[in-house]
Unconditional design. Structure first.
Length: 171
């Protein structure tokens, strides 16, 4: 059996191959450039964006002699991360922080003796009951809040890298 050679089918297949192998140079170059620019922008911005490490604890605000006392309990597994002078944000349950803001403060003291639930700590309200949105909270008896203790600021790049490196190490 002989194969029949058809010149037209060869030309079509060669022209088809040429068309398929030809790359759109303009589009390819610009797509690669745009992708690289977006990637570098994300990496660069993650280097400058600060992402705080934080610890949450329940807080109770009560009236003292001349000021408002704020008591929190720090669990034993978080004790090594906190120290006096750290920034604290109080989010009151009765006043949603999305609308009213949070009350800034500083960690004043941490007890040396542990209780069953952890270590007792007090918070100094740096602006009284004025929120970061400049809203004065009226004091009405005992108020419950969530205290967010900011242990230290970490770059978002470091946070992402540490998460990625930990995932790779665990495999």
């Amino acid at each position: 059996m002989k194969k029949v050679f058809d010149r037209n089918s060869v030309l079509r297949s060669e022209s088809m191959k040429e068309m398929l192998n030809k790359k759109p140079d303009f589009l390819e170059k610009w797509a690669l450039l745009i992708f690289l620019l977006i990637f570098l922008t994300v990496i660069t911005s993650s280097w400058y964006i600060q992402y705080p490490d934080k610890i949450e604890a329940n807080a109770i605000l009560t009236a003292g002699d001349s000021c408002i006392n704020v008591q929190i309990t720090i669990t034993q597994d978080n004790l090594d991360k906190v120290d006096t002078g750290l920034r604290v944000r109080l989010q009151l349950a009765a006043y949603p922080y999305q609308q009213f803001g949070f009350i800034p403060g500083k960690l004043r003291s941490i007890s040396k003796a542990a209780t069953d639930s952890g270590y007792s700590a007090t918070i100094l309200l740096t602006q009284g009951l004025r929120t970061d949105h400049n809203f004065q909270i009226p004091y009405k008896g005992t108020l419950k809040a969530t205290a967010i203790i900011i242990t230290h600021n970490v770059r978002l790049f470091e946070k992402l890298y540490n998460s990625f490196a930990g995932a790779v190490r665990n495999k």
